[in-house]
Design a protein around this ligand. Structure first.
Ligand SMILES: Cc1cc2nc3c(=O)[nH]c(=O)nc-3n(C[C@H](O)[C@H](O)[C@H](O)COP(=O)(O)OP(=O)(O)OC[C@H]3O[C@@H](n4cnc5c(N)ncnc54)[C@H](O)[C@@H]3O)c2cc1C
Length: 379
């Protein structure tokens, strides 16, 4: 406890970003309160679905590479300290048509930042990774620093690390309101009111419920699992995490982790929701057909009917760049939101950034382009 407050910093939402923020704050010696509306590592928001891609050669642009480098160091640290297989360095294979923006960004990332990589022409790509059926002109770029993350285990591990350093984290405790004060903020729950110096709002798809002016729309992302003909060809040592941008199709996936199936997903094709409460978690079979067709076309060694699917969601901004920073009219409130379907790999570094902003008012990482007030509010 600090002076007449209950903690230095409260973290609202303990999913991907909030769990990492609590870990980083506690590691800095701050007194931390945290609140999660569900249980720790639940699968109702943006951090469910067993696996996430880690990519350093970045489809979204080379300006992310410094953040990704620091994130990777923190993933290795959390993997080591938790004793759990959070990060598996399989490398990450980008497949696509050269000239398309995502592949050009991959090329720029490796060139401008000297990243270890291999460019595979069509013949070499087909010979090394026959699991992928190619279309004319496609190339592959293997990002040696890439790999896979385990989201639920990661959230759980970050929470454990924070608690081990004294953080008081409340599960099943929804925050009803945040009331900024001149000298801090009050966090309101059904159990009590907590006075803190700073609040980090890491509420994912629910962020606009607490900070209504945030320009975020909520979109579902569907994951599907397919059984291969020969499982050994799809294990992590033979089949790295992949992402593919070809011919209007944006497909990504991870190797077999559960002993039987390969995870595949599409991004940016699902219609926005009215809000997080509208998420439908079980889809009718026809809704899965575009994915089934893409798998039939591009991954012929997989049985094309999924054995299961899961529906999750994330908060999106108009430019797919997150909202990170203190609010000008409530400087005690730091926002981490709008990770637009690609934030998980960056969660530890954004946790560090939020801890810096909450404790010091600034951060050495370059997040200027993520100004949370750069858009008009979402309608
Ligand atoms: C299916 C899917 C696949 C993805 N694949 C990748 C990938 O391969 N690589 C990658 O880097 N990124 C990926 N992403 C994106 C990434 O997972 C998200 O960007 C990231 O999880 C966002 O983290 P968050 O903390 O903002 O949200 P969340 O992880 O959802 O956390 C928000 C938390 O806040 C809690 N909360 C909300 N409101 C309140 C309240 N009032 N009181 C208390 N608690 C509250 C929620 O319950 C939740 O636990 C994917 C996303 C999805 C959905």
């Amino acid at each position: 406890m600090s002076g007449n407050t209950d903690a230095d910093v409260a973290v609202v939402g303990l999913g991907a970003m909030g769990s990492m923020t609590a870990w980083q704050l506690a590691a800095s010696g701050a007194s931390v309160l945290g609140f999660e509306q569900y249980g720790i590592a639940h699968d109702r928001g943006a951090a469910g679905g067993e696996s996430r891609l880690f990519r350093m050669a970045y489809h979204e642009g080379p300006e992310y590479v410094p953040l990704l480098r620091r994130a990777r160091e923190l993933w290795l640290e959390l993997t080591r300290d938790s004793g759990r297989p959070l990060f598996t360095p399989t490398g990450c294979l980008s497949i696509g048509l050269p000239g398309l923006a995502p592949m050009e960004n991959v090329r720029r990332s490796v060139a401008e930042h000297g990243l270890e990589h291999e460019v595979l022409g069509a013949d070499e790509l087909a010979a090394r990774y026959p699991q992928h059926r190619l279309v004319d002109g496609e190339i592959g770029i293997v990002d040696a620093a890439g790999g896979m993350l385990r989201p639920e285990l990661s959230v759980l591990s970050a929470v454990e690390q924070a608690r081990a350093r004294g953080a008081r984290l409340h599960e099943r405790t929804p925050v009803r309101a945040i009331e900024p004060r001149d000298d801090g903020a009050t966090v309101v729950t059904d159990e009590g009111r907590y006075r803190v110096r700073r609040v980090v709002v890491a509420a994912g798809p629910w962020a606009s419920r607490l900070v209504p002016d945030l320009a975020i729309t909520v979109k579902p992302i569907v994951l599907t699992w397919f059984v291969p003909d020969t499982v050994q060809d799809y294990l992590p040592d033979r089949f790295p995490a992949f992402i593919r941008d070809t011919d209007g199709v944006h497909l990504f996936g991870c190797p077999v982790l559960d002993g039987v199936s390969v995870k595949c997903g599409f991004a940016d094709v699902w219609d926005p929701l009215d809000g997080p409460e509208s998420l439908t978690r079980d889809l009718p079979e026809p809704a899965l057909r575009p994915l089934t067709e893409a798998v039939r076309r591009f991954l012929p060694g997989l049985h094309p009917d999924p054995i299961r699917h899961g529906v999750y969601m994330d908060g999106y901004t108009a430019d797919r760049t997150a909202l990170v920073g203190a609010l000008p009219d409530a400087p005690s409130v730091v926002v981490l939101a709008g990770f637009s379907g690609h934030g998980f790999k960056l969660a530890p570094v954004f946790g560090r950034v939020a801890a810096d902003l909450a404790l010091d008012g600034g951060t050495p990482m370059d997040v200027a382009r993520m100004d949370p007030t750069r858009f008009a509010p979402a309608p």
